[in-house]
Design a protein around this ligand. Structure first.
Ligand code: TRP
Length: 448
């Protein structure tokens, strides 16, 4: 069977940016900025994107395109070609399994955003203050029916697009939603400039305050640079495997990295100028989007409509990411001869179990005996995947491409135009990226 490929490198960039731009950019990044002292975090994050994220992004795309198969088989092929052990296929296994775990809690949070879209558009928060919105959110977290309907809604829509295939499903989704997302975000930026406190927001995000730097800030910025670029679990690898042979990997990676970073920064600027305009605090943590922001929107002219558009944007971003989390596993089953629709169904059934467990763990299963190492199932899955599996996948990818894969094979895929740039990338992928990620991993495991 002939594998489908993206029709152009622009489609690849849109699809990969669709994967990268998600809840990580619009929900996590802004609250992490708030929790980690504003500009110090932003600057370190930018450095991590350049020094670790981009080199590994190039490596993942490269592996996918070279292998021209689902991550598990692609890794096997590329390893054999460089006379390395087939065990490197483990990277593909790690990624495909992580997909089930990430998709289950990602769909739940996407569901909250979907629910908020409707709530804001229908002006249910009119005149609400912080305690009221907080209690609305708390009620949602206790309402399993509502969370399951919304979470499964997101999963099923993603699965429908996956089942449609690479062109009709994934490419079309990205081609329509990404431009819309960018337009909505630029519109929100204009609104924030006119209605919000843009200068307070810019100062908070960009004033250089070296005294705020500490190792926690650096480590959380590094960890997040992984999650936000969808690295470490072969999502970008599988998208790379659909990339046409004659397109430039370097340029595509730069475009994806740029879009992802620009969208996170703009989302942060928009959110903080609206939050500060109401004299609210930046350090709200994960509740920033679901507890603080709706109140801030309510204070502004047409706030419920603008807020509705904001949450619609979050929902779109989540959808184009969710499909990429699911695709590595489905691609593997398809390589093994299963139909796409059946493979999607299998994913759905297995993932449902985790998704239900995640949802219940927010309320009736939130205490013993349902805790794993003291964490709820939701938090445990988040921790295990984001803090352990992704960095582990990332470090293995960097080691494989930096140390195991033959230079001639790498050059055949990358076709470097500027030798100096290639050599710089080599240094980053061999040394800087793996060593920094190992530092994060050891820190997560509380070794350092
Ligand atoms: N990058 C997405 C975000 O920022 C999440 C995501 C999509 C992801 N695919 C992934 C994270 C693969 C890790 C691995 O929200």
């Amino acid at each position: 069977m002939i594998r489908e490929h993206w029709k152009s490198s622009i489609i690849f960039v849109l699809a990969a940016a669709g994967s990268a731009v998600g809840l990580g950019n619009i929900w996590k990044f802004p609250y992490m900025v708030g929790e980690n002292g504003g500009s110090a975090f932003v600057l370190v994050y930018l450095a991590c994107i350049v020094a670790v994220g981009l080199p590994i992004l190039v490596a993942e795309i490269l592996l996918g395109r070279r292998g021209d198969a689902s991550p598990i088989l692609a890794m096997q092929k590329v390893a054999l070609e460089s006379r390395a052990s087939k065990a490197w296929a483990g990277i593909g296994w790690l990624g495909s399994i992580a997909g089930f775990l990430i998709a289950s809690f990602y769909a739940v949070v996407a569901g909250w955003a979907g629910k908020y879209t409707v709530t804001l558009f229908s002006n249910e928060f009119e005149g609400a203050d912080v305690p009221q919105v907080e209690s609305y959110f708390a009620t949602l977290l206790g309402d399993n029916t509502s969370m399951l309907i919304w979470g499964f809604g997101f999963l099923l829509v993603s699965l429908a697009f996956i089942a449609l295939g690479v062109h009709r499903g994934l490419a079309n989704l990205a081609r329509i939603l990404m431009p819309l997302l960018i337009l909505m975000l630029l519109g929100l930026l204009v609104y924030a400039v006119i209605q919000g406190n843009i200068s307070a927001s810019l100062h908070f995000m960009f004033d250089f305050k070296p005294e705020d730097l500490n190792s926690d800030v650096i480590l959380s910025a590094l960890g997040h640079s992984f999650f936000t670029l969808s690295l470490g679990m072969c999502a970008i690898m599988v998208y790379g495997s659909y990339m046409p042979k004659n397109t430039s990997i370097g340029k595509a990676a730069l475009a994806v990295g740029f879009l992802d970073t620009a969208i996170a920064i703009i989302a942060g600027v928009v959110i903080y100028s609206i939050v500060f305009d109401n004299g609210m605090q930046a350090s709200a943590g994960p509740g920033l989007l679901f507890q603080t922001l709706p109140v801030a929107f309510e204070q502004l002219p047409n706030g419920h409509l603008v807020g509705g558009i904001f949450f619609l944007l979050v929902s779109f971003a989540a959808l184009t990411s969710l499909v990429s989390i699911i695709e590595p596993f489905v691609a593997y089953m398809v390589d093994k001869g299963m139909s796409r629709i059946l493979a999607t169904g299998v994913f759905c059934v297995i993932c449902s179990v985790f998704a239900v467990a995640c949802t219940l763990s927010l309320n009736i299963w939130s205490a013993e005996p349902y805790l794993i190492a003291g964490l709820s199932i939701f938090d445990a899955l988040d921790y295990l995947t984001v803090n352990i599996m992704l960095p582990l996948g990332g470090v293995l990818i960097a080691i494989f491409v930096g140390w195991v894969m033959k230079d001639t094979k790498i050059r055949r895929e990358l076709k470097p135009q500027y030798e100096a740039l290639y050599l710089v990338w080599r240094v980053f992928i061999r040394w800087i990226a793996p060593l920094s990620v190992i530092a994060v991993l050891l820190n997560q495991l509380s070794v350092i």
